[in-house]
Design a binder for this molecule. Structure first.
Ligand SMILES: [Zn+2]
Ligand SMILES: [Zn+2]
Length: 360
């Protein structure tokens, strides 16, 4: 095969399938044959014009097969790469020369998306994961998928699992903590599993019962549904009741501004509130800063992650095969030709977490 196809979004709400010659990787880069690509909330936000990126080769979650590792013989953990190996990729780049990279804050790299937002007409074309191939740039990290892990179990290791793992790490979640997770989508389910492994007691808040059922299957100790507690005040009261006055840590994984106002009332004095879901600039909320100060609640926004969280995430999946219901993570798969349908169904919340699967 000398050409491949990709899904390009020229403007929000529209998607085109385009065909391009396969690029010859430069030194340090790697061409993958896409096996599966996850449809993340951010992709849906872009499609729905609720994201700063307005035209892009869609997709950033991927499991792919190495075509020819001669330009990058090892993964980012030093493991040898062979043709056909399954790998997961950190979707953003660490340029190594901007102020943030030079200071070691590589997850805040100022050039993290430059490779992705390039026009598909320019080399290397395959800069998003919704396509038959994906081009891993030389400043992107790549890790082999452990032998016992299936592509669909690992497809959201980047970004969902790694992202939420970074958040839980930032919240210093430890054994005996009570953790509130707002939102039982892809991030939320991983969040439950990771917090449980750290020995926490986990309470999940969501509006959709089937998502709460999935959270239970991933180990949630308690769930609070919008059906039983329709008002924010009811949900806050319920969480406080379940946590002896407030959780030790809460994570916002809904992408809804008002969830933050609600969530910081669900934690105890001195607690940590991890903000991950609201990534769209322009979301404004009114916070009772006096109440926050009197209770000394700390808000930590978390964006992107250190690459160790992807390696750790893949190892986490590997040691939990047979213990956690990974088959429930992706509830719908689509061929590349149906990418628009996958985005529409995700936007309409007909599916919890979709993935594109490639046959070629
Ligand atoms: Zn994502
Ligand atoms: Zn940088």
């Amino acid at each position: 095969m000398t050409t491949g196809r990709l899904a390009y979004m020229p403007k929000p709400g529209s998607v085109e399938l385009r065909e391009y010659d396969l690029p010859t990787p430069e030194q340090g880069a790697l061409l993958l044959e896409t096996v599966a690509a996850g449809v993340c909330g951010s992709d849906v936000h872009m499609f729905a014009d609720k994201h700063p990126l307005k035209s892009i080769v869609l997709g950033h979650e991927v499991i792919g097969r190495v075509v020819d590792p001669s330009t990058r013989p090892t993964d980012s953990a030093g493991a040898e790469l062979h043709p056909g190996d399954l790998v997961s990729v950190v979707y953003f780049a660490f340029c190594q020369h901007c102020r943030q990279c030079r200071a070691g804050r590589t997850h805040l790299c100022e050039n993290s998306y430059n490779h992705w937002i390039a026009s598909p007409d320019d080399f290397p074309h395959f800069t998003g994961t919704f396509g038959t191939h994906y081009y891993v740039g030389r400043f992107q990290h790549v890790f082999k998928v452990p032998e016992n892990v299936s592509p669909l179990a690992a497809v959201s290791a980047n970004c969902a699992l790694a992202q939420v793992s970074a958040g839980i790490d930032r919240g210093k979640v430890t054994a005996g903590d009570t953790v509130v997770i707002q939102g039982a989508g892809g991030l939320g389910l991983w969040g439950v599993a990771v917090a449980k492994e750290r020995g926490a007691r986990v309470i999940v808040v969501d509006a959709v019962q089937r998502r709460l059922d999935a959270a239970k299957a991933f180990g949630a100790d308690e769930t609070v549904s919008f059906e039983d507690a329709p008002e924010a005040a009811d949900r806050i009261a319920r969480v406080r009741e379940l946590t002896d006055g407030g959780a030790d840590v809460a994570l916002e994984l809904t992408g809804v501004g008002s969830a933050v106002v609600e969530g910081i009332e669900m934690v105890r004095p001195g607690a940590t509130y991890i903000e991950i879901g609201n990534v769209m600039p322009g979301v404004e909320i009114t916070l009772d800063i006096g109440s926050m100060t009197r209770r000394a609640v700390t808000i930590h926004p978390v964006i992107r992650y250190h690459q160790r969280f992807l390696k750790g995430g893949l190892d986490f999946i590997s040691r939990n095969v047979g213990k956690l219901p990974f088959d429930q993570l992706i509830d719908a798969t689509y061929p590349l030709d149906d990418v628009a349908q996958a985005l529409e169904d995700s936007k309409a919340r007909k599916v919890n977490r979709a993935a594109l699967t490639m046959t070629s």
